[in-house]
Design a protein. Structure first.
Length: 94
């Protein structure tokens, strides 16, 4: 009957195989850290560029809308251009 052990560690066996497992594990962890760092830098750069594009667009839109009057907005001292024609009132004589 097999009994399970709660000890975690390297399997008892060949010391060369144990060393190989350690080296491969360290290399896998190092590669994961390096690739994770570069992925973080790339994603961060993309987010930064997109945020700056959106911010620039919002700023440009605000600047464009700043000088445009709103519909129905009557500002004092503003100029209203238009044409007019005087029409004689024919109902006054009656």
């Amino acid at each position: 009957m097999k009994t399970s052990s709660s000890q975690f560690g390297l399997p008892a066996g060949n010391p060369i195989a144990d060393l190989l497992v350690i080296v491969v594990g360290v290399l896998a962890i190092a590669a994961s850290v390096v690739l994770g760092f570069f992925a973080f830098v790339i994603v961060g750069s993309i987010v930064l560029v997109m945020a700056s594009i959106v911010g620039l667009r919002v700023w440009w839109f605000k600047q464009k809308m700043k000088g445009r009057p709103r519909p129905g907005d009557t500002r004092p001292g503003g100029v209203i251009e238009g044409e007019y024609r005087v029409v004689a009132d024919s109902d006054k004589d009656e």
